[in-house]
Write a protein that binds this ligand. Structure first.
Ligand code: ADP
Length: 587
């Protein structure tokens, strides 16, 4: 019988991840029964202390060094740097911000510059750099009200937000970075719309229930449960309700989604070159976006661990499907179950060794990954090391056959095996898809279908919790669209292309052959920005491919690399919508 995949949660949470994985047939890690490293997925709220030396079948839910966008002050610095380097035409989505106390003088100059023009709308918002959930945030107009006792940012308050029935809201966009090298980004079609629970009013800046949209704040407000015009009771909507609202506004909805998608890509580009390559990491980010009365999206912050608590039915609809799709994106295959065989083998080795074997010391959590960054940890040949770092290379040899050498080569980023070698045994690229894709050959070898059969299919089950009463009344973003789970892999000029969509996750980067090429080896930010600008221009002008039908055949040919326009109910392939956004990498 196929072994189960094992997940490990830090501090026994979050419950939603546990629930989704158990439903899919996973087992929870139990430190009393398993070795320290005997797991397939380790999920933590915070970043991992070290990322090196992961076993081929292990995944982590964070990439290293992403604080550059997840800490408020570092996000400001990085976006500022990008704006200075690449211009403000694209990097115009972050309100003017100062990091205090260091930039107090600069802030003062800006404050005074605005003074003559100051009216009731000129406000500032002060936020501690490393707190979340609205803690420590306040608004002010007068300098005398700016009082802080920790590092903060002071930001221009977006004082004319788009309102629904007079209530302010922001959008929580779920972004999965499957890989930073090459940059591979998915955005989920479900978005949480989070409302303030008292009417927006600039004459009472101290009313957090009117100005902050954090659920943690508003759920404690006096009007949380009260029906609030179109908003209704509570403080959250699904994207389908929001789209219904947008359609009534007569705006170019696609353009809004495209600008948000650009914002995500541009923000990630700010740190992509400095994030070390860690193919076994996948991270879900929460981008908080405020839309103003001109329908311009503003980036407020990026969360490295978006909340997964289920506080209302809307959370259930959005977050359960999200996590399930995330696990699909992690792309576990039957080869990941080799973990179990490796540990089984190790146990047998222990039993059969004629020399006395010291008890396996439990490594401490902070020691999860080895300090030895240069070499594969299991190459150390002392018995103690051999014992400690399960499974040893010997065990891997037994399991993977003579090709275990390539296991080590691949772990060091070495070359892949030839097709001849593939015939004779599995290789590490099958165990972990280092480029986050899987070829047809790999799928066959890894017995993906068999795994799919042995793991409970949560798709039908999921549909029971994805639908809310809201979604039956309002157009649902998924309705009518085919929810293809993991599409077949595509290869273009020898390059693996990540699937266009995985459940509700739509690939937003790379989005055409030119961006694929520009992110393949070293990141060519300039080319990426040009392509983004081109595409945005096309979406803004709403230019459709008028001879669409006539070019249907041509588009089919181009399906070797296609992308969907993120956001719409039934996303159209870019190749069919915008001809010029669709250039071959080699031209
Ligand atoms: P936290 O990490 O504490 O949630 P955020 O930066 O997300 O901090 O801010 C909390 C809330 O404050 C946001 O959800 C939004 O409603 C409001 N907010 C933050 N910055 C601004 C801004 N510049 N303009 C208008 N509203 C803002």
């Amino acid at each position: 019988m196929a072994a189960s995949l094992v997940f490990r949660l830090q501090d026994r949470g979050p419950q939603l991840v546990r629930e989704v994985l158990l439903e899919r047939g996973w087992k929870e890690y139990d430190g009393r029964k398993r070795e320290e490293e005997d797991w397939n997925l380790y999920w933590r709220a915070s970043a991992f202390p070290e990322y090196h030396s992961l076993l081929p079948w292990q995944r982590l839910n964070h990439h290293p060094k992403t604080a550059g966008i997840c800490r408020k002050d570092l996000l400001v610095r990085n976006l500022r740097r990008m704006r200075a380097t690449f211009g403000s035409a694209l990097y115009d989505f972050s309100p003017t911000t100062f990091i205090l106390p260091n930039e107090y003088t600069r802030f003062l100059a800006e404050y005074n510059r605005l003074l003559p023009a100051r009216d009731r709308t000129a406000c500032w918002i002060c936020k501690p750099v490393d707190l979340s959930r609205g803690r420590g945030i306040f608004l002010f107009r007068d300098l005398k009200d700016l009082v802080y006792d920790c590092p903060v940012i002071v930001q221009r308050y977006v004082s004319s937000p788009l309102l629904i029935s007079g209530y302010k809201f922001d959008l929580r966009i779920y972004v999965c970075v499957k890989s930073f090298h090459p940059l591979t980004v998915y955005i989920h079609q479900e978005v949480l719309v989070r409302f303030a629970t008292e009417k927006y009013n600039l004459s009472s800046l101290s009313n957090v229930y009117a100005h902050l949209t954090n659920t943690s704040i508003n759920k404690g407000g006096p009007f949380y449960k009260t029906p609030k015009g179109q908003v209704g009771p509570g403080c959250k909507w699904t994207i389908s309700k929001f789209r219904h609202f947008l359609q009534g506004q007569g705006i170019n909805e696609l353009f809004l989604w495209q600008r948000i998608s650009n914002m995500v890509t541009l923000t990630l580009l700010a740190i992509a070159p400095s994030v070390p390559s860690c193919p076994n990491c996948v991270q879900l980010f929460g981008f908080d976006v405020l839309v103003d009365s001109e329908f311009k999206p503003w980036l407020l912050e990026v969360n490295h661990s978006p909340s997964l608590t289920l506080e209302c039915q809307t959370d259930v609809v959005v977050k359960k499907g999200l996590i399930s799709d995330l696990v699909d994106l992690m792309n576990y295959t039957s080869a990941d179950r080799l973990r179990d065989r490796a540990y089984q083998t190790q146990r047998n080795v222990n039993v059969n060794l004629s020399v006395p074997v010291p008890l396996l010391p439990k490594t401490k959590e902070h020691n999860l990954q080895r300090k030895n960054k240069k070499s594969w940890p299991y190459q150390r040949d002392s018995l103690a090391a051999y014992q400690r770092h399960l499974p040893p290379v010997g065990a891997l040899n037994w399991i993977l056959g003579s090709y275990s050498k390539t296991n080590m080569a691949a772990a060091k980023g070495g070359p892949a095996l030839s097709s001849h070698q593939m015939k004779y045994g599995p290789r590490v690229t099958e165990v972990t898809n280092r480029d986050n894709t899987e070829t047809v050959a790999e799928t066959e070898l890894s017995g993906e279908n068999e795994v799919a059969a042995s793991v409970p299919d949560t798709r039908s089950r999921r549909s029971t919790f994805r639908r809310s009463t809201d979604s039956s009344r309002f157009p649902n973003i998924h309705r009518g669209s085919q929810r293809v789970h993991v599409q077949g892999p595509v290869v273009l000029t020898g390059q693996h292309i990540p699937p266009t969509r995985v459940g509700g996750f739509i690939r937003t980067f790379p989005f055409n052959p030119a961006t694929l090429k520009a992110s393949r080896d070293t990141l060519d930010v300039l080319v990426i920005l040009q392509e983004l600008q081109k595409l945005t221009g096309q979406v803004a002008s709403g230019r459709r491919d008028e001879t669409k039908e006539a070019r249907e055949d041509e588009a089919d040919e181009d399906d070797r690399f296609d992308s969907l326009l993120w956001g719409p109910e039934d996303p159209l392939p870019l190749s069919r919508r915008f001809k010029n956004a669709y250039r071959h990498a080699d031209t």
